[in-house]
Design a protein around this ligand. Sequence first.
Ligand code: CP
Ligand code: NVA
Length: 294
Amino acid sequence: MPRHFLTGQELDREQLLALLARAHQLKAAPGSSDALAGKSVALIFEKPSTRTRLSYEVGVTELGGHAVVLRPGEMQLSRGESIADTARVLSGQVAAVGVRTGPDALIEELAAEGSIPVFNMLTELHHPSQALADLMTLQEAFPDRPLDELRLAYIGDGNNVARSLAILGEAAGLEVVVASPQGYELEPESGGERTSDPQAAAAGSDALYTDVWVSMGDEQTADQRRAALAPYRLDDELLSLAADDAIALHCLPAHPGEEISAELLYGKRQRIWDQAENRRHAQKALLEWLLASA
Ligand code: CP
Ligand code: NVA
């Protein structure tokens, strides 16, 4: 059975911490692994992407492999070919497939019908590739403190990014508190704590994290979202409630002045641009883990 990475729940704590340790090794020596030598990986993007596309495509190349980027309009999927048939064909050509799409059911079906690892590059409900880089960035920022001694407050929409942080944070032992307004909460089952009070969430935290208020697919409710989420902006005032050495994180793309102030986004206490770079290193470790099963 191939390994998959659809929600992040596929990794137990030991596997997750080993994967993160490997990510740090790969960051220190980016050309040191040829885990994908002679292999190809398909990357299917049904939604726009800057970081995920770059980091997976460059990461596959650094591992000695070849990335095939596919867009739905260029595939027979867009003309009615089934996911199951697409999975069979992919399984005969590439070593693994990553997908960015809306419905989680699509990647679940692809994983069930194919015989190769499937990894989630963002769905409506999950963004576990992002959470790997987030945990790696926390370890980098606090090298003397294990993840199970840190507290992260996610302030904003209880969306795919928040859910993956809660799931993978819990797996790593990280304390995750999610602060969202009514109507935008993350369900309790994903792990961590919930509050509607951004100040209470920020108090004593080691990291404050936010994401866009209008995710891909949420454009029709943009005005309501901006109104409801306005008190949940990440700025220096909120950060002043956190620990003295607390950092700011954001998965990007950012809207300075909306969910995060420009001062924080480009300031001294953010690790946001490291976080974006770490996508590649963490995902290379993930690709090694996925391929180790095949
Ligand atoms: N954070 C993230 O996934 O960015 P992209 O949408 O640019 O890939
Ligand atoms: N929550 C955002 C994340 C973008 C990387 C979205 O789904 O659009």
